[in-house]
Design a protein around this ligand. Structure first.
Ligand code: NAD
Length: 290
């Protein structure tokens, strides 16, 4: 039975995910480079560790919830040397939204050393991380996913098995491309209508009972955009990264995808103007004065 979980990356998503693991009875060894995050995880009832290596030591499962796949690779294989501290047979679960190519590389490095990797990125945002109802898309060997199923269930309401290693990360990038393109379309629709003279609330209400509806029209417009709240808890730089991953994947597969390429360019331009730490819903401000 897997009981000790090392958790590296205690940010907007990682911290509430740890809280749900603790609620389900797992013992958690947490690490983040931010001292404030380490204090928060200790207050939540986990063991706060002073290095990634320490968080991995003695853990049955090590979860990473870091900004991107190159940081995950550095933490596991680089100077931080998590791989050197892992227990024999430990399972590493990268729940970050990493690039699938980074994930296959990582798996090739870890496998000969007897460690098993699963990619299990999530959708649902901070709210569902808090509620423990994230959607998980898990790639990797079915028997390895079986072994970590209770760990995943502690954080999730729905677990999809997407196939080979890296397929969860590919699926996540596809989701965020579709979501980010839908967001730009919905926002441009509102800006277009408003400039013509329609009331923004009317535009959103009509879209929501019509075929133009999507998650941005149904949720984000009224919660975060029209009221200028911009507090979704998902950074613009992370969304730009995810759409870039989808675009890189299309290029690697020799697919010409005009909307994907254009969406990737728009999000990167928004990031250049507003900074990576802006909320991703703030792309509205960029689109409104482009
Ligand atoms: P975040 O920036 O809030 O958290 C990342 C954490 O990683 C920070 O606390 C940071 O201090 C820590 N960190 C960075 N480098 C480190 C290192 N080398 N060693 C130790 N700690 C380090 O980001 P987040 O919103 O929690 O996102 C984490 C991942 O989840 C990203 O890949 C993101 O794309 C993905 N994601 C986010 C959301 C969301 O709504 N926020 C939703 C789904 C997926």
């Amino acid at each position: 039975e897997l009981t000790v979980v090392g958790f590296i990356g205690l940010g907007r998503m990682g911290l509430p995910m740890v809280e749900n693991l603790l609620k389900s009875g797992f013992s958690v060894q947490g690490f983040d480079q931010s001292e404030a995050a380490r204090a928060e995880v200790a207050a939540a009832g986990a063991t706060a560790c002073s290095s990634a290596k320490e968080a991995a030591r003695g853990a049955d499962v090590v979860i990473t919830m870091l900004p991107n796949g190159s940081i995950v690779r550095d933490v596991l294989l680089g100077e931080a040397g998590v791989a050197d501290a892992l227990s024999p047979g430990a399972i590493i679960v990268d729940m970050s939204s990493s690039a699938p190519t980074d994930t296959t590389y990582l798996s090739e490095q870890l496998q000969p050393r007897g460690f098993r990797l699963v990619d299990a990125p999530v959708s649902g945002g901070r709210k569902r991380a808090v509620d423990g109802t994230l959607t998980i898309m898990a790639g990797g060997e079915p028997t390895v996913i079986d072994a970590i199923q209770p760990v995943l269930e502690a954080m999730s309401a729905k677990i999809f098995r997407t196939g080979k290693i890296g397929s969860g990360h590919a699926m996540k990038a596809i989701n965020n491309y579709v979501s980010g393109a839908g967001m730009v379309a919905a926002m441009e629709g509102v800006i277009l209508g408003e400039t013509f003279g329609l009331a923004p609330e009317v535009i959103v209400d009509v879209l929501n009972v019509s075929t133009g509806r999507n998650n941005t029209t149904e949720v984000k417009m009224k919660q975060f955009v029209l009221n200028r709240d911009f507090g979704s808890g998902f950074a613009l730089g992370l969304m730009a990264k995810d759409i870039g991953i989808a675009n890189d994947l299309a290029e690697a597969l020799n697919l010409q995808m005009g909307s994907l390429a254009e969406t990737s360019v728009r999000w990167k331009a928004a990031q250049d103007r507003l900074g990576p730490d802006a909320d991703h819903t703030e792309i509205y401000r960029f689109l409104a004065d482009s």
